[in-house]
Design a protein around this ligand. Structure first.
Ligand SMILES: Cc1ncc(C[n+]2csc(CCOP(=O)(O)OP(=O)(O)O)c2C)c(N)n1
Ligand SMILES: [Mg+2]
Length: 735
């Protein structure tokens, strides 16, 4: 079967041999198209970007055949998306589909000194010189081109794109330093990806904002090749879906009509920039070279079907438009095609044996990188007008506070000290949160900085992902841990991976507040008592902090702010609901209240990665977190009465675990009891015990954990959760 490369060369050759150009397809002349003809310079840019992208894909296959390339999903057939880049500015943030190579090449063509072929092939070859990921993955991305790299989880970049457009739509001063005031966010995705709930959710969020009159400069480009791997998208489905989005204008173009594609792309881009509302561009494309190098397309498509698509080649359409405009002849274009092909091949050849990441330290550098001075400054930041912003009575003068009151006061101080900080989520605004943790913040700091989102956790996190890229310091709230799970990939695949896949060139520091853990009395049942944290603990680079006592909460939360604002880290601040309003350790003693520690009171160096000891007992070390700390302190009293002296170690960080403090404390004791209110399987106790084993600690160890069960409604909950009696009994087994 003729290859697509052979087809292009054959057709250009045939056109060259046909002086009347009888065989050259002509763009369909609509009245609008006739009046808005693209200039020849634009056509040349369009053709060149397409050819570079096509040859880059062919070179990627060649590199793979030599064992020097590791990625073969191509953009061949989709290169008409170059028109979208040409209609935008190189400063417009782009979050691209993995087939948007034409876009990438065209954008690079707008920025002097850029080399899209080098960029992409270095990614393919996982070269350390890859300008975005540093050899970690082949992604379309470049800081100088405002192309923000994406993972290959389809649709997962769309919530961020909506979030970024939302942030750019607001008149936030912080974004001025990052993006031009009239920037347009562009994002592309495939036709099968349109069906993914992440895509639907993001498009819904965009429509919802538009419905509310919120400015959202977002260009959504669906690159519709009619297939997803081997599954056909039903005829007319994409158009039916995209046309029906409330409030979002629909435009469409055929990628094999160069003039139309350039014109409609320009129309779409100008509409978004001018009206600051989303437009969807349905770009009809074809897919050459199968889904990926490993995909034997012939297993599910007939040769005739595959060959039929050759007639819709966007590259030939661009060539035809150049000929039609009298700007080139077919022979010249064929020569240009071959010359560029040769140059691309040279780049590929030079990449053989390119340096690649070799050690774990090299691979993990962006995950481990920290900026302690910046963290310290961000954590200790104080508003110059603090008395007005968080007063008149400062929180440290309000007497002992609960955990909820402490978090509330800390958030107020953070909002006052960081003009870019925003607090948002479900019901956090006028209501002040289900538990009152954000009460009063909206009134004090206004609706632009403290606001309710629509009810979709992916959108909440997407809003944070975009806000962070716009220079804000997002503090989203997830109402209950149980509801994080359906949006978890926005943390795992997007937030936590951005620095990794961009070698630290892009970061999205944020502090995600999540209310969770068990023992809640107000609302019962699983959904309000989720004690599963396994899903968070294995996300590389994610910090998970749990405040157990109000005395810890302000310092811990501010340390997370420091990590986020100073080092661009993604932090989860997991708040134990059952302790929000707890006042006592023992009846009436006020032992679970604490005076507020104002900004600057805690050095993050003493907090990040540090556990905290309660007591100095030498017989037994109880290691715990969250509710377990309070239960352990109560159990310790009983054990003391039985003659054992106990130290309770509050881990405070579930990820990474505070290994040094843990191991040091365990060394000082002969017995270690781990109290984990989380699940037995995949829970924190597993990590704690494994850490002690890793360090060859020759101590007696035992754990008490919740059962591997969901939490039922009513008293049955206690049957599967850890009790104080369980702690005492387990301690006795160690003596
Ligand atoms: C969430 C998710 N599920 C499944 C996949 C595997 N996968 C990769 S590409 C693809 C098909 C996507 O088709 P489409 O959106 O039409 O894009 P195209 O490849 O055709 O450009 C699938 C199922 C994935 N990457 N992400
Ligand atoms: Mg497709």
């Amino acid at each position: 079967m003729e290859t697509v490369d052979e087809h292009v060369r054959r057709r250009l050759g045939e056109w060259a041999a046909d002086p009347d150009r009888a065989g050259v397809p002509r763009p369909i002349e609509t009245p609008t198209a006739a009046t808005v003809r693209p200039d020849t310079e634009l056509l040349w840019s369009y053709f060149r970007a397409q050819v570079l992208s096509r040859h880059t894909d062919l070179a990627a296959r060649w590199l793979q055949s030599r064992g020097e390339g590791f990625y073969t999903i191509s953009s061949a057939g989709h290169e008409s998306d170059a028109a979208v880049a040409l209609a935008l500015r190189p400063t417009d943030p782009a979050l691209l589909h993995y087939r948007s190579g034409g876009f990438y090449a065209a954008r690079a063509g707008q920025v002097p000194g850029s080399d899209p072929v080098q960029d992409v092939l270095r990614g393919v070859a996982s070269s350390v010189d890859d300008p975005i990921s540093g050899g970690r993955h082949k992604v379309f991305g470049h800081h100088d081109l405002a192309v923000i790299p994406q993972t290959s989880t389809i649709g997962s970049h769309l919530p961020r794109a909506v979030g970024l457009a939302f942030a750019l739509g607001k008149s936030a001063p912080s974004r001025a330093a990052h993006w031009p005031a009239d920037a347009v966010v562009v994002t592309s995705f495939g036709d099968a990806s349109l069906n993914h709930s992440t895509t639907s959710g993001a498009i819904n969020a965009a429509a919802y904002c538009t419905h509310r009159g919120i400015e959202l400069p977002l260009l959504l480009v669906c690159e519709d090749n009619g297939i997803g791997i081997s599954t056909r998208t039903p005829n007319g489905w994409v158009e039916a879906v995209l046309r029906s989005i409330p409030g979002i204008d629909y435009l469409t173009a055929a990628g094999d009509d160069a003039v139309e594609t350039l014109r409609v792309s320009r129309q779409a881009a100008d509409a978004v920039r001018g009206r600051r509302r989303p437009v969807v561009l349905h770009l009809r494309t074809v897919r050459y070279l199968g889904h990926a190098g490993s995909d034997a397309e012939i297993g599910y498509r007939s040769p005739a079907d595959i060959l039929r698509d050759y007639a819709r080649d966007p590259l030939l359409a661009a060539a035809a438009a150049l000929i039609e405009a009298g700007a080139a002849d077919a022979q010249g274009l064929l020569e240009r095609y071959d010359k560029l092909g040769h140059e691309v091949h040279e780049v590929a050849r030079d990449l053989c044996g390119t340096p690649r990441l070799a050690t774990a330290a090299e691979v993990m550098r962006p995950l481990l990188h920290r900026e302690p001075p910046a963290e310290r400054a961000a954590a200790a930041a104080v508003s110059t007008d603090r008395a007005t912003a968080v007063g008149p009575k400062l929180p440290e003068n309000r007497g002992p506070l609960t955990l909820a009151e402490t978090i509330n006061a800390t958030l107020a101080d953070v909002l006052a000290a960081h003009p870019g900080a925003t607090v948002f989520g479900e019901d956090v605004g006028p209501k002040g949160g289900v538990y009152g943790v954000t009460r009063g913040l909206r009134k004090r700091f206004g609706a632009a900085r403290v606001f309710d989102t629509l009810l979709d956790e992916q959108t909440i996190l997407g809003t944070a992902l975009g806000a962070a890229l716009a220079g804000e310091l997002p503090i989203p709230e997830i109402q209950y841990l149980a509801y994080l799970h359906n949006a978890e990939d926005q943390l795992r695949g997007e937030a936590a991976s951005l620095a990794f896949f961009s070698d630290g060139r892009y970061t999205n520091g944020m502090v995600v507040r999540v209310a969770g853990l068990a023992y809640q009395r107000g609302f019962g049942g699983h959904f309000h008592n989720d004690n599963s944290v396994a899903v968070l603990r294995d996300i590389p680079g994610l910090y998970v902090a749990v405040p157990s006592h109000p005395a810890e909460a302000a310092g811990l939360l501010r340390s997370c702010i420091g990590l986020a604002a100073g080092s661009g880290k993604v932090c989860v601040f997991l708040e134990p609901i059952a302790l929000y309003h707890t006042r006592d350790l023992f009846d009436g003693d006020g032992g679970w209240l604490a005076d507020y520690r104002p900004p600057g009171a805690d050095d993050p160096a003493d907090v990040v990665g540090r556990a905290r000891s309660h007591g100095q007992g030498s017989d037994l070390l109880i290691v715990s977190y969250g509710n377990g700390v309070r239960m352990s302190l109560r159990a310790a009293e009983k054990l003391r009465a039985d003659g054992s002296s106990v130290t309770v170690l509050d881990l405070r960080w579930l990820s990474p675990l505070p290994t040094t403090d843990l191991v040091d404390a365990a060394r000082r004791h002969r017995r270690v009891l781990v109290v984990d209110e989380g699940r037995r399987s995949g829970g924190v106790a597993e990590g704690v015990l494994a850490t002690l084993v890793d360090h060859h600690l020759n101590v007696g160890m035992v754990r008490v954990t919740a059962q591997d069960s969901f939490i039922p409604l009513g008293p049955g909950a206690n049957a599967v959760l850890v009790s104080e009696d369980d702690i005492v009994s387990a301690a006795h087994t160690l003596t």
